[in-house]
Design a protein around this ligand. Structure first.
Ligand SMILES: O=C([O-])CC(=O)C(=O)O
Ligand SMILES: [Mg+2]
Length: 422
């Protein structure tokens, strides 16, 4: 990043007040009467009601629209393990996106824990007063154990965004990109650089969407994950292929798709040149992609390119997923976010990109026109149809798959965040 952009980003976070989030009061508080209701003695009444029936928490507190964004800072973006405190700008940022795009109140919770069990216990012990738990930037393989344990201990949705948010958006973008390339997921040869939480979840979801496991080559720092390796944890071992390929150079030869969930500048122009025609390259390491989109396009004019960033076309980033998926899950008070809900989100997201782009989007991106094609395979985050379509698809899937504890919302589809309370 240039010095100028770096300083602008720091100033944005520092001024006029530090941070990006604030808390707002939703009830009148001007008079003594108001205060006597907001606080003692009036506040005792909802306490008694909730003690009688926990369901009343949804009526008398903000629980139903409140998500905890929880991290231990062990895998912050593609920056690595910088610890809980340094993860706070990202977690506040997720809160900003939850609120801006889906009207959800989200508060960051950074946990200092010296073991996965300590982290699990901390989160499980506070979970019940939230509407949902969004786990963020927790390193693999610990994130898998943490998510599984929390899902079994909590009756509210627990969702590891880096796994499932990223996977949903990647799958939606990839289905569209392959279509534009005249290819299909079941025949695509896919190279996944990275074997962390996002990589493993993305490849799992792609297989659920039709990709063939034998066509997927996943690489960790030591190279291709193959069946002859004896240094694989159980999560990576699921992707071990029977192959002679060992390096990225080997695997990329003739590949249709490159999904990068690793680190900056790890895909070289010479490697991109070896990919099949109309290669799909999702270089999703944040903030710096595996190959810069300008360099990729200079190298191959037929590349269909996505990154995780807001400042380039085709932003394949979980911002297109988590706000809207939680919106749908909260609104039917789902007990979990299951596979059916994730797949419903993939298709809703994918289909929006195929509809004409709205004026609102053109203005936000200062464009005269934008059409489904190489430069536009996935909707932009400012598209209000995300709020209209994704929560509706997710809520319906929750109802159909039996995890909703409330019916499909009568006030759906949502036209704006102002409509969220019906
Ligand atoms: O925050 C982002 O831009 C996407 C994300 O979850 C990550 O990179 O960990
Ligand atoms: Mg993340």
């Amino acid at each position: 990043m240039s010095d100028e952009k770096r300083q602008a980003a720091l100033d944005y976070h520092a001024k006029p007040i530090p941070g990006k989030l604030s808390v707002e009061v939703t009830k009148p508080t001007q008079t003594a009467k108001h205060l006597a209701m907001a606080y003692s003695p009036g506040v005792a009444e909802p306490c008694r009601e909730i003690a009688k029936d926990p369901e009343n928490a949804y009526r008398y507190t903000g629980k139903g629209n409140l998500v905890a964004v929880v991290s231990d800072g062990s895998a912050i973006l593609g920056l690595g393990n910088l610890g809980p405190l340094a993860s706070k700008p990202v977690m506040e940022g997720k809160g900003v996106l939850f609120k801006r795009f889906a009207g959800i109140n989200a508060v960051d919770v950074e946990v200092e824990a010296d073991s996965p069990q300590a982290f699990i216990d901390t989160v499980a012990n506070i979970a019940n007063t939230w509407g949902g738990i969004n786990l963020e930037d927790i390193k693999a393989p610990e994130c898998f154990e943490i998510e599984a344990a929390l899902k079994s201990r909590c009756s509210i949705p627990v969702f590891h965004d880096d796994q499932h948010g990223t996977a949903i958006v990647t799958a939606a973008g990839l289905l569209n990109a392959l279509d534009i390339a005249g290819k299909t997921l079941d025949a695509a040869r896919i190279v996944c650089l990275g074997a962390g939480s996002a990589a493993i979840a993305c490849m799992k979801l792609l297989i659920e969407c039709g990709a063939k496991a034998e066509n997927i080559f996943m690489l960790d720092r030591k190279g291709v994950i193959h069946s002859g390796r004896d240094d694989l944890n159980e999560y990576k071992a699921q992707f071990a292929t029977e192959t002679e390929l060992r390096t990225l150079d080997d695997a990329i030869d003739g590949a249709d798709v490159f999904v990068g969930l690793s680190g900056p500048d790890l895909l070289k122009p010479e490697q991109l040149k070896k990919m099949a025609s109309d290669p799909v390259v999702f270089a999703c390491s944040n903030p710096d992609p595996e190959i810069h989109p300008d360099l990729a396009r200079e190298t191959r004019s037929d590349v269909i390119m996505g990154t995780g960033r807001s400042d380039y076309p085709n932003q394949v980033n979980n911002v297109l997923g988590f706000p809207f998926i939680f919106r749908g899950a909260l609104d039917v008070r789902a007990s979990a976010i299951n596979e059916a809900m994730k797949i419903a989100a993939v298709h809703a997201l994918k289909d929006i990109a195929r509809e004409p782009v709205t004026q609102e989007v053109l203005e936000a991106y200062e464009l005269d026109s934008l059409e489904f094609g190489r430069g536009y395979i996935i909707p932009t985050p400012v598209d209000s149809r995300l709020l209209e379509k994704i929560p509706a698809a997710v809520a319906q899937a929750a109802v159909d798959s039996g995890v909703a504890t409330r019916p499909y919302p009568a006030h759906y589809p949502l036209k704006s965040v102002k409509d969220i309370y019906g």
